[in-house]
Ligand binder design. Structure first.
Ligand SMILES: Cc1ncc(COP(=O)(O)O)c(C=O)c1O
Length: 458
């Protein structure tokens, strides 16, 4: 199919004028956030405890008073329907009651001991039952889990290389902060990454997503320890796998002796147990963080019994001392309590049915508007997550996304909706539905979207 050429609409000058008005509107409505921003400017880099917290299009930081279910309120008393959900950390809703109660109970009985809490045995059983892999380790964050998984993969295969897809994001893991040079196909350092010293080309290969020939070629020399991948790209626009892609990719990994590692930190939203479970894939290793313990810092990685045996052999053969895997607070009692409660009460068919109901309504509402207003845009869906894409079809890989990027339009959508009480994920047009997301929340987003399109004269 031929792409429709980019339309001259919306006019950049009109878009800039609208954004200027929205910035003024935000400033007028948020005097308390402005005052806090001024105080924070004195003691925080960029005025925030983590510099990403300024990666939103609002002219000053929005400070949160409280978050509950699918809503949050800011310090100026405005309520927001939250479709960002902490970029998936709060996928099951903010402060889900079973997790909040488990954390409160555990908090009075020890926070961290560097010994397993009593709940560990039950948590291990629940992990195996819910996600289908027999053996598990914990980490504090998905970044850490991915870092450790890559160490194990190299240790047990004796191979130096890892393979990722162009446009991937697996957290703050040096090996994966790379891009593919479109001219040469070479692995290059992601230009935005600070302080890089790695010679990435020597240890990481990057290929386009959904490209089985490229995958076969990258694995052919037997040097790749692991393919680390999200089942769908979710951090560079939402790019779903082509039909049959993963079955064939899994077979190629097996044929070349490369471990298949699926990072389901975001695609956990695909269905109960994540994408692999829902679609019958059998990765060698599997990672999830963010929402896995209901939003309390915790990540997990699972692996097959065969991989576990190889891990044990590698560790037993190594000299005594640091393995380079693990951090002191990992699997602390608070995290285990939250994980236990989340596995019992949140990772359930009922949660996912509620998420799907809200996502169905949102997808239908967005598509009806695109159709009615004859907009050459696309809504791409993966379970409870979807993305509004300013392009006429669902992308196949990262280059597709790059070609259709419209950052000014995206920033306009974000700020306009924020000013009307709707929060989207800041880095792209991603919307995630939690079990607490109701019809009224969806209706609010759709009404604000209509108002935005009216303002753009469409
Ligand atoms: C797929 C995936 N893996 C790993 C991470 C890293 O998670 P964290 O920042 O919690 O370490 C992210 C973060 O967005 C992610 O999307």
């Amino acid at each position: 199919m031929r792409d429709i050429p980019p339309s001259p609409w919306p006019d950049p000058t009109a878009l800039a004028a609208l954004q200027a008005r929205e910035r003024e509107r935000f400033l007028a409505a948020h005097p308390t956030s402005r005052a806090l921003a001024e105080r924070c400017a004195a003691h925080y880099l960029y005025g925030v405890p983590l510099h990403w917290m300024r990666d939103w299009p609002n002219p000053v930081t929005l400070f949160v008073h409280a978050a509950q279910g699918a809503q949050l309120t800011c310090v100026d008393g405005h309520a927001y329907v939250d479709f960002c959900l902490g970029d998936t950390g709060a996928m099951f809703g903010h402060s889900p009651a079973p997790v909040a109660q488990a954390v409160a109970a555990q908090a009075a009985q020890g926070l961290t001991c560097m010994l397993p809490a009593e709940a560990a045995a039950r948590v291990g059983e629940r992990l195996a039952q819910r996600f289908g892999l027999s053996c598990w380790q914990l980490a504090m964050t998905a970044s850490d889990a991915n870092r450790f998984v890559l160490r194990w993969a190299r240790a047990i295969t004796g191979r130096p290389q890892v393979l990722v897809f162009d446009g991937c994001y697996h957290g703050a893991v040096d090996d994966t902060l790379v891009d593919r040079d479109p001219a040469t196909g070479a692995t290059v350092r992601r230009r935005s990454v600070l302080g890089g010293v790695h010679d990435h080309h020597a240890f990481t290969r990057v290929i386009p997503f959904n490209d089985l020939d490229a995958l076969d070629a990258a694995l052919a020399d037997g040097q790749v320890a692991a393919l680390l991948a999200e089942p769908a790209l979710t951090n560079f626009g939402l790019v779903p796998p082509a039909p049959g892609f993963w079955e064939a990719a899994q077979a190629l990994c097996r044929r070349h002796g490369t471990l298949l590692v699926l990072d389901e930190t975001h695609t956990l939203s695909s269905g109960v147990g994540g994408y692999a479970r829902t679609h019958g894939l059998s990765p060698d290793m599997w990672v999830a963080g963010k929402a896995v313990a209901g939003g309390v810092p915790c990540a997990v990685y699972g692996f097959t019994a065969e991989v576990a045996a190889r891990m044990r052999a590698a560790k037993d053969a190594a000299p005594e001392g640091h393995s380079g895997i693990g951090t002191t607070l990992t699997a602390n009692a608070l995290a285990l309590a939250a994980l236990d409660a989340a596995l019992e009460h949140l990772h359930t068919p009922a949660s996912y049915a509620a998420m799907a109901r809200a996502a169905d309504a949102l997808e239908a509402g967005l598509n009806a508007r695109l159709h009615r207003r004859q907009l050459p845009w696309t809504v791409t869906r993966l379970g409870a997550r979807m993305e509004l894409q300013f392009m006429p079809r669902t992308p196949r890989n990262a280059d597709d996304v790059r070609q259709h990027a419209q950052p000014a339009l995206e920033a306009s959508l974000h700020l306009f909706l924020l000013n009307r009480g709707v929060l989207l994920t800041p880095f792209h047009g991603m919307m995630l539905c939690s079990p607490a997301t109701g019809d009224d929340h969806v209706a609010r987003l759709l009404a604000a979207f209509d108002e935005w399109l009216d303002a753009l004269g469409r």
